[in-house]
Design a binder for this molecule. Structure first.
Ligand code: URQ
Ligand code: ZN
Ligand code: ZN
Length: 460
């Protein structure tokens, strides 16, 4: 963006878009997607091209996806593998890297990723026992390393041991259908893990980002920490704000299985609390955890709900459902909408103001938002490469009329005109300033060592 303001003369040959009566906003940033993720014995059906095209159809111009190395394998090799897959992206993207095991090699490679490859956030799964789940000891090691490197630790907070135990117990009782999924991961399982990981981050003194908070219990843990001045950030998924756990009791197996994701959709009372979390600033970002599995893939768990690939879609609809139910309801102002869909994620993950802002020098990742435009969300008419839509049938008012990715028009008056491979990887510097701030605060507030004589050892 070279200039903005009233009455500017467009250079000759430039294309002029009439945005009269509409809002020019920073394009959305979805900090939590899993395009073409190999997971639970299959591969997510949405790839980096179709997924970023679908995202821009809905006004999201950047995703932060995840490199998830198999335990015991090189983080750097996994990073290169994901970079290969993501070269087809239609919009810009970046990566969190998951820590799925621990060794001197992992420690070393985290340094290379932070110092040389533009990674400043590392993901940790406290669930998925026997697969990518890490222990408290591994969390401590990795968080310590994040602190040293100036990286943000992000976490999937569910107690994987309890989930595993409840899964076995439910199957022993003969419960094999999707209704077993939420029964095996009640809100207490998420609240315990959220509180535990927040305490670990507090002791290690590293910034913490808790992904997909779905319930009152984890929101309360984050709120408590933030009130105490701890640097903890919370994310909520558009789905968890609008969809409740009745989906798992639907008579159609495929419909219920389509909604199997973790943490699961919750009873209604959690939704209003999550909206208040956004309004109060205790939750800072919204995402989708876009991880698509079609009916034939979900059917892998036909006889055992623990084998249903976990994940749903949403990257195409996040902005519209948040505008309609957030701004349209009066819960959020347009500025708050921009913060929770773009600017906050850009600031937390050190992309701002290049991304997440309409300012001179920023990338022209923009959405021209028409607050009067309406549609009914339908799988039949979506861009996304998945055969259902968790927001099916929802009417929304407020949609992108134009979406621009680094100045290129990708949605042209509602028509999707994306270009495969246009997207670029966005390197992110470590958050040295955030970690340094934490260290200095910790030093100031730490009890002063006292010498045997009772005189403070650090001067008199
Ligand atoms: O847990 C995640 O975030 C990934 C594996 C997507 N699946 C899900 O159910 N959330
Ligand atoms: Zn997760
Ligand atoms: Zn995820």
């Amino acid at each position: 963006i070279v200039a903005f303001g009233p009455g500017l003369e467009a250079p000759s040959g430039a294309r002029v878009i009439d945005a009269g009566g509409q809002l020019v906003m920073p394009g959305g940033i979805d900090p939590h997607t899993h395009m073409e993720l190999p997971f639970m014995g299959t591969v997510a059906s949405e790839d980096f091209y179709s997924g970023t095209a679908a995202a821009m159809a809905g006004g999201t111009t950047m995703i932060i996806d995840f490199v998830i190395p198999n335990p015991g394998t090189s983080l750097l090799e996994a990073f290169d593998q994901w970079r290969g897959w993501s070269a087809k992206a239609a919009s810009d993207y970046s990566f969190h890297v998951a820590i799925t095991w621990w060794s001197d090699q992992v420690r070393e490679e985290m340094g290379v990723l932070t110092r040389e490859r533009g990674v400043n956030s590392f993901k940790h799964f406290m669930a998925y026992k026997g697969a990518i789940m890490v222990s408290d000891e591994q969390l401590l090691q990795s968080f310590q390393r994040c602190q040293e490197l100036g990286a943000v630790a992000t976490v999937h907070a569910e107690n994987g041991e309890i989930v595993w135990h409840l899964q076995q117990e439910l199957k022993r009782q003969g419960i094999t259908g999707p209704e077993g999924h939420p029964l095996s991961r009640p809100p207490e399982v998420e609240g315990e893990a959220a509180n535990r990981v927040i305490k670990i981050a507090q002791v290690i003194n590293t910034p913490l980002y808790v992904v997909h908070n779905s319930c009152i219990e984890s929101l309360e843990a984050i709120t408590r920490a933030r009130l105490a001045g701890q640097r903890v950030f919370g994310e909520v998924l558009a789905g968890h704000l609008l969809i409740d756990d009745s989906v798992y009791r639907h008579p159609d197996w495929g419909y219920a299985a389509a909604h199997v994701m973790s943490p699961p959709f919750r009873p209604k009372e959690h939704q209003e609390a999550l909206w208040r979390g956004l309004q109060s600033g205790n939750l800072q970002t919204t995402a989708t955890d876009h991880c698509c599995f079609c009916a034939d893939q979900k059917a892998m768990g036909r006889d055992d709900f623990t084998r249903i690939p976990n994940g749903t879609g949403g990257v195409e609809d996040r902005m519209a459902v948040l505008w309609h139910h957030g701004v349209g309801s009066g819960r959020l102002t347009p500025s708050e909408f921009v913060r929770i869909t773009s600017a906050n994620a850009a600031q937390i993950f050190n992309l701002y103001p290049r991304k997440g802002s309409v300012s001179v020098g920023a990338d022209a990742d923009l959405v021209v938002w028409d607050p009067e435009k309406e549609k009914v969300i339908r799988a039949a008419t979506q861009q996304s490469a998945i055969d259902y839509n968790v927001f099916e049938g929802q009417r929304v008012k407020g949609l992108p009329r134009y979406t621009l990715t680094r100045g290129q028009v990708a949605v042209n008056d509602g028509k999707v005109e994306t270009r495969e491979g246009h997207g670029q990887f966005v390197a992110r510097e470590p958050n040295g300033s955030v970690n340094r701030a934490l260290s200095s605060w910790k030093a100031l507030t730490a009890p002063r060592p006292v010498s045997r004589s009772g005189i403070p050892a650090t001067g008199v």
